[in-house]
Design a protein. Structure first.
Length: 118
């Protein structure tokens, strides 16, 4: 099982980034996908969730209206489009897969760093 995040980097305030998470080794379409983040000195925070078929999505209050989660089950990938970034969005962003029925089947990526700074 592998979840590999990419797309992080340094961006100026107000800018945009698109994170990707490529999944392998499990039945991607049977898993809800989540993005979490953990900023310096902060607890891990749930950013966004998308259902297994992509029909529904939910967002944390701090990113609503700015971030969009999407997935492509043909590519076994999930994405996080991040707009209007601000320094408070600086964090390591993690991809997480949770089986729709067996919640203990739960996998994590290694994370990708996003730094928002001028």
């Amino acid at each position: 099982v592998q979840l590999v995040e990419s797309g992080g980097g340094l961006v100026q305030p107000g800018g945009s980034l698109r994170l990707s998470c490529a999944a392998s080794g499990f039945t991607f379409g049977s898993y809800d996908m989540r993005w979490y983040r953990q900023g310096p000195g902060k607890e891990r925070e749930l950013v966004a969730v998308i259902s297994s078929a992509g029909g529904s999505a939910q967002y944390g209050d701090s990113v609503k209206g700015r971030f969009t989660i999407s997935r492509d089950n043909t590519e076994n990938s999930v994405y996080l489009q991040m707009n209007s970034l601000n320094p408070e969005d600086t964090a390591v962003y993690y991809c997480n897969a949770v089986h729709v029925r067996v919640r203990a089947w739960n996998y994590w990526g290694q994370g990708t760093q996003v730094t928002v700074s001028s």
